[in-house]
Design a protein around this ligand. Structure first.
Ligand SMILES: *[C@@H]1O[C@H](CO)[C@@H](O)[C@H](O)[C@H]1NC(C)=O
Ligand SMILES: [Zn+2]
Ligand SMILES: [Zn+2]
Length: 348
């Protein structure tokens, strides 16, 4: 394959990945998503009805119903990255005498991450049940700002504890609801926020470690090829040093899969890194994504089941009170790692 074809495929795949990640893991009403939704509408006006209906149904099934699909996608991508790493990078780095210790870092991280991933999937996030609801109601006080006492979930027919929310994908109310994560096919709530946080950071570490080792390999490959000192004769017969474009082209053609993987991982590293930092911030200020979002005065259907779909939370967000619930960073963090249990009465 020639350089341009390869490069075009590469760019197309990267853009598709970026697009999908932004569309489906971001906040539903971010400016970015608004733009994407607009783009979707434009595209939709050119597609036939049956295709639209089919894609709508598929999207619904993928993102609004529980399914393990994304867990499999996750494992598949991971498998591909690790196969590629083991097959091409590991051996090369061994020859360039990178220590075995640094080369084993990605594998250790993989084991750790898989364990956390499993916990995140399997842990009950804190489902509000008939049996437990009476104790769950005492975990947090109602703030009468975002959460009001005496509101029942119309679906579960149970009184909603403060900070809980009904997950429409799982069809249950979850205590200290954060969000529903399609990648773990589970809600993130009181009992698994800690795993989710660790999961994000371990995934980042994995992407970072493999990227560094791969970068190291490519650097060695460039040095070894001698391209940096090479030159070529241009069309006027002048000798020109081979510039960076030459190096890139050379790497692309020699290690297409490795470059591909590196691009993917670097992208992942920054996206996940940002997301992990956001969740760390939320953990530190004792907020859930759900609350963060609501207190920004975004659309809220949860203050009151009867509220119009587009009413604004009242009172209107007061930014001076954004850390209203925080009792200090460490205590907030402790609450993530040792979530309050239903039996515990609040305020002692
Ligand atoms: C976190 O916020 C809740 C109210 O939403 C509060 O009851 C709880 O005590 C806070 N926890 C900490 C550690 O500040
Ligand atoms: Zn419910
Ligand atoms: Zn859910």
């Amino acid at each position: 394959m020639d350089f341009l074809t390869l490069f075009a495929i590469y760019v197309a795949v990267v853009i598709t990945c970026m697009f999908l990640v932004c569309k489906y893991s971001g906040q539903p009403q971010s400016p970015f998503n608004t733009l994407l939704n607009y783009l979707f509408k434009v595209v939709a006006s050119f597609t036939p009805q049956w295709l639209q209906r089919l894609s709508q149904r598929t999207l619904h099934r993928l993102f609004h119903q529980r399914s393990n699909l994304f867990i499999y996608v996750h494992i598949l991508l991971e498998g591909a990255v690790y196969a590629e790493f083991t097959y091409e990078v590991f051996g090369f780095c061994r020859d360039m005498d990178t220590t075995l210790t640094s080369l084993s870092v990605p594998y250790v991280l993989l084991v750790v991450k898989t364990f956390i991933f499993y916990l995140c999937i399997k842990t009950d996030p804190g489902t509000v049940t008939k049996k437990k609801v009476s104790s769950q109601l005492h975990i947090y006080p109602y703030d009468r700002r975002l959460f009001h006492p005496g509101v029942s979930c119309p679906t579960c027919q149970l009184v909603k504890p403060a900070r809980s929310k009904h997950c429409r994908v799982c069809d249950r109310c979850v205590q200290r609801f954060d969000h529903h994560c399609i990648w773990v096919n589970n809600c993130i709530g009181a009992q698994n926020s800690r795993y989710f946080l660790l999961y994000l950071f371990s995934l980042c570490a994995m992407a970072g470690a493999i990227s560094l080792l791969t970068g190291d390999m490519l650097l060695h490959a460039v040095l070894r090829s001698g391209l940096l000192r090479a030159s070529y004769i241009d069309e006027y017969g002048q000798q020109q040093p081979a510039g960076p474009l030459f190096v890139v082209q050379h790497l692309f053609l020699t290690f297409p899969r490795v470059i591909f993987m590196l691009g993917f991982l670097v992208f992942l590293f920054f996206v996940l890194g940002g997301y992990a930092l956001f969740h760390a911030y939320l953990a530190l200020v004792n907020q859930t994504s759900n609350e963060w979002y609501k207190s920004r005065g975004h659309v809220c259907q949860h203050c009151h089941p009867t509220a119009a779909a587009d009413h604004l939370c009242s009172p209107v967000p007061d930014h001076s009170k954004r850390y209203y619930y925080s009792r200090g960073l460490l205590r907030n963090l402790r609450e993530i790692f040792f979530p309050l249990k239903g039996v515990q009465k609040k305020g002692n």
